[in-house]
Design a protein around this ligand. Structure first.
Ligand SMILES: NC(=O)C1=CN([C@@H]2O[C@H](COP(=O)(O)OP(=O)(O)OC[C@H]3O[C@@H](n4cnc5c(N)ncnc54)[C@H](OP(=O)(O)O)[C@@H]3O)[C@@H](O)[C@H]2O)[C@@H](O)CC1
Ligand SMILES: [K+]
Length: 505
């Protein structure tokens, strides 16, 4: 098995502010800023050579800070290696300071003044305008240049971040380059993964510029890219001698007779996620529809919230999903309360979240009173109903963290960049493009998968991250034409691959 600690460390994400602290810590450890910049520029030049034919024409757009300094180093190295390099600088050479001024002093070529009208005919454009230091929206002449570059169809190689992308939030500030490749340093930044930033980065390369990993512990980082390396070693693996009871028992609360399908999707997903047993808790009127469709999933008749509480008083039933098809209203609130009184892990999805829109404190108090984990899986609309004051927050990681802390639950804020946050501040961002997931019922499947993993006693934050990743992986494996019923059927292939990687570690 691989070194779990180092796998997790490799997936850490640093905000620009944390990256600045990492730079400073490296310098305090004796690595000069100038050497870091030289290494950064070397990495940029190497990627430029991959894109641009030898001897080709490279245009470097350099900004007034250290991002521009990286561009100056790359320009020098490319020129030394036989490329025809033009360099356009924003601001004056005299105003460059520190390491960037040193890099400029080593540049022997000419300097053009950067303007919206500069000649863009080049085989490659290197964007070294702004990186971690982007402090305000890009406007005026520079914004016009960004638009002209994006329209000119030449490949762009971004240094650290495509200029205009906020490294912390992934938001576009004014205007932003659309890069074919981005070279960043030491670790990825949240803005590389969050949308729309991810769509501006192209292929991302992380270069080692000599910052030692030893600087990481002092930064108290709690944000990762969601990837198997984060949770691989706590994925449940069936024991050769194990029996189904050892793999946990998930309960899915069914909707009424006319709305049982969503709960069935969740139930099948829980089974495929590995729960040893799955039961459907249903009111009498829903049982005929469920019985006509279910095979491995058992049906337990319950009568109202009290009946549900009675069923869940059996501690062997250790994970429960409520929300899919539940309906919005007081009856759902009562059933959620019954779930929360149990000792099971509880997944609150869809209507189970929305039903508390007028009384979120009631939900949070009930969660606070229990020790077993609670998961919430809102999309942006559901999130804004439960956390209206956080909804407009531009930083998706921060708002999910705040919601998780307030609710005392693991919150999954769904989207093409799903953020999972735990009440203790840990968070992970998913970067799996799976556009086929935008179809009815996929959220019900995700809720069931989380409960299936939680039933197997996977730690809560890891279970949520793993479910999100596996869900997207299943969608990508199926591809076009996917409907939600297909997702559970793809999970055996997802499991096989994860198991093979585990063996290979
Ligand atoms: N030693 C290190 O630390 C290492 C750092 N490295 C590299 O340094 C980069 C960070 O460098 P940085 O901190 O100098 O910031 P950077 O991104 O160059 O921008 C700041 C400048 O831009 C200006 N400016 C900002 N926004 C603007 C706007 N909208 N429109 C117009 N102007 C704007 C801002 O002006 P001001 O706000 O001061 O007026 C300031 O002059 C990092 O991304 C990486 O590439 C690597 O070499 C490794 C070692
Ligand atoms: K840049």
């Amino acid at each position: 098995m691989c070194d779990h600690f180092s796998a997790r460390e490799a997936l850490l994400l640093l905000t620009p502010e944390q990256m600045g602290r990492a730079d400073r810590a490296a310098m305090e450890a004796g690595i000069s800023g100038s050497l870091l910049m030289e290494n950064a520029g070397t990495a940029v030049a190497m990627r430029a050579q991959e894109i641009c034919p030898h001897g080709g024409h490279v245009l470097v757009l350099a900004g007034p800070g250290n991002n521009g300094g990286d561009g100056l180093v790359a320009a020098r190295l490319l020129a030394e290696r036989g490329y025809r390099v033009r360099l356009a600088l924003l601001g004056s050479r005299e105003k460059l300071s520190g390491d960037a001024a040193i890099a400029a002093s080593r540049w022997q070529g000419g300097l053009e003044k950067l303007s919206a009208g500069i000649d863009l005919s080049a085989d490659l454009i290197v964007d070294a305008l702004f990186g971690a230091g982007l402090g305000r929206p890009i406007e005026g002449e520079v914004a016009a240049l960004v638009e002209a570059v994006n329209a000119c169809q030449r490949p762009v190689l971004a240094v650290d971040l495509p200029s205009g992308i906020d490294g912390r939030t992934g938001c576009v500030r004014g205007a932003a380059f659309k890069a074919a490749k981005t070279v960043t340093f030491f670790r990825e930044k949240p803005g590389h993964i969050l949308l729309p930033g991810r769509l501006h980065c192209g292929e991302i390369h992380v270069a080692d510029i000599g910052i030692p990993d030893a600087v990481l512990p002092d930064l108290s980082l709690k944000l990762w890219r969601n990837h198997p390396g984060l949770w691989h070693d706590v994925l449940p693996v069936p024991d050769v001698e194990g029996h189904k009871y050892a793999r946990g028992h998930t309960v899915v609360v069914s909707g009424p007779a006319h709305a049982t399908g969503a709960a069935r999707l969740a139930a099948r997903a829980a089974l495929r996620a590995g729960a040893g047993l799955v039961s459907m808790a249903a009111e009498e009127d829903a049982i005929p529809a469920l019985a006509a469709h279910l095979t491995a999933v058992m049906i337990k008749k319950v009568d109202g919230a009290q009946g549900l509480a009675g069923l869940l008083s059996d501690a062997r039933l250790n994970a429960v999903v409520i929300g899919p098809g539940a309906g919005v209203g007081q009856a759902t609130c009562e059933r959620v309360a019954a779930c929360l009184q149990s000792e099971a892990a509880v997944v609150l999805d869809a209507d189970a979240v929305t039903s508390f829109k007028d009384q979120p404190a009631r939900l949070f108090d009930a969660i606070e009173a229990r020790s077993a984990p609670v998961f919430m899986t809102p999309h942006e609309g559901e999130f804004s109903r439960l956390f209206p004051d956080l909804a407009e927050h531009a930083d998706k990681v921060e708002k999910t963290r705040k919601a998780a802390e307030r609710a005392g639950a693991v919150v999954l804020l769904k989207g093409a960049d799903t953020v999972v946050a735990a009440p203790d501040g840990r968070a992970a961002i998913s970067a799996r493009d799976a556009p086929w997931l935008a179809t009815a019922g996929t959220g019900d499947v995700l809720a069931g998968m989380i409960a299936g993993l939680a039933a197997q006693r996977m730690p809560a934050f890891d279970a949520a991250c793993a479910a999100v990743w596996m869900h997207a992986d299943a969608a990508r494996r199926f591809g076009p034409g996917l409907i939600s019923e297909d997702l559970p059927e793809m999970l055996p292939a997802v499991w096989s691959q994860l198991a093979a990687e585990r063996c290979a570690d």
